[in-house]
Design a binder for this molecule. Structure first.
Ligand code: NDP
Length: 316
């Protein structure tokens, strides 16, 4: 029996190339995507062999859809070896917040709330799988961390005291700290929540389940469609800037291979770890465990994030 991974947002970018790399390692990939047709075309375009993948519909921004996905996966009878939380949106230019069906700001809803619920639901599937090596991996990013050169750009993430979550996170609230809407900060805040979620999953469940919980920064994959909502000039210059000035650029192919290693390879079986290949990239770079930002390593924040998010997604 092939090991099975669920990958959210496998229809483009890092998720797609991770699916491709895992399939090459002999895994079966369940591509959990909002657009099933696009996912099928993407899998074919990168040459994933028939039988190495299946596609299931999910909209991470819609909590009902997340619940339905989890039910349908369980009904499929597949054993789960790994869950990769990868899908994300980044909407740097919008002036007003978009809202999820539940009324939550859509960047935080998609990147954090949907994945938080999915992790909690699929924890049962990981627990119930008979294999010894089971992993749950959540994509981080350097921009979650102002201690790193790539994270120093403003606006910086700031979860405050979760005033926005405490107030219910619906209209007129749009930010986790309850402050004015800022779409770039919303993305960075959601990625801090992703890292906190991984660390809190590790603290709560690693010893009792043996599941490996990790997060990572695969490098700056500057030409994925993540930047599709930015100015066209930015989309043109950003990859060049990362290739020739910061030297942080990583191809989609290499980013996928890195993430697939974190999911599958024995040397990445260290729960609670945040993996990085550093900021200056080359094919030969070796991964190392990196310290996460001060907010993301704050244990009290992790507990508070968990309690409040659990309420927002209806599992408290
Ligand atoms: P892409 O935009 O290429 O891929 C994002 C994926 O998420 C797409 O498959 C997209 O689907 C999917 N998605 C978006 N919204 C939803 C939703 N509501 N429900 C289901 N799926 C959804 O971005 P990247 O590959 O660059 O980013 C992937 C991850 O990597 C993110 O977590 C990002 O934070 C992280 N990352 C990216 C870096 C980079 O430099 N690009 C650097 C560090 C981390 P669709 O195809 O339908 O749009």
């Amino acid at each position: 029996r092939k090991p099975t991974a669920v990958i959210t947002g496998a229809s483009s970018g890092v998720g797609l190339y991770t699916a491709k790399a895992l399939a090459k390692k002999g895994w079966h990939v369940v591509m959990a995507c909002r657009d099933v047709r696009k996912a099928g075309e993407a899998a074919q375009a990168v040459g994933m062999p028939q039988g190495s993948y299946s596609i299931m519909q999910i909209d991470l921004g819609d909590l009902e859809s997340v619940r339905r996905f989890a039910r349908e996966f369980r009904a499929s009878g597949k054993f789960l070896n790994a869950l990769l939380c990868n899908a994300a949106i980044y909407m740097p230019l919008i002036k007003e917040p978009l809202r999820s069906p539940e009324g939550y700001e859509l960047t935080m809803a998609t990147n954090h709330l949907g994945h938080f619920l999915l992790c909690n639901l699929m924890l049962e599937d990981l627990k119930n799988s008979p294999m010894a090596d089971k992993r749950l991996v959540i994509l981080g990013t350097v921009t979650h961390n102002p201690d790193e050169p790539g994270g120093k750009v403003y606006p910086r993430p700031d979860l405050g005291k979760f005033e926005g979550f405490e107030a219910g996170f619906k209209e007129p609230i749009s930010m986790v700290d309850g402050k004015k809407f800022e779409p770039v900060k919303a993305y960075k805040d959601s990625k801090v929540c992703n890292v906190l979620t991984m660390r809190e999953l590790h603290r709560r469940f690693h010893d009792s389940t043996g599941i490996t919980f990790t997060s990572l920064y695969p490098g700056c994959v500057a030409d994925t469609p993540l930047f599709r909502n930015h100015y066209p000039l930015f989309q043109k210059l950003f990859p060049l800037f990362q290739k020739y000035i910061t030297k942080g650029y990583v191809s989609q192919e290499l980013s996928g291979e890195r993430v697939a290693s974190v999911i599958a390879d024995p040397e990445f079986k260290q729960s609670g770890a945040y993996w990085s290949w550093g900021n200056r990239n080359s094919q030969e770079r070796k991964a190392f465990v990196q310290r996460v930002s001060s907010q993301a390593r704050d244990d009290e924040k992790a507990v508070r994030m968990w309690e409040l998010t659990a309420k927002l997604v209806g599992i408290a």
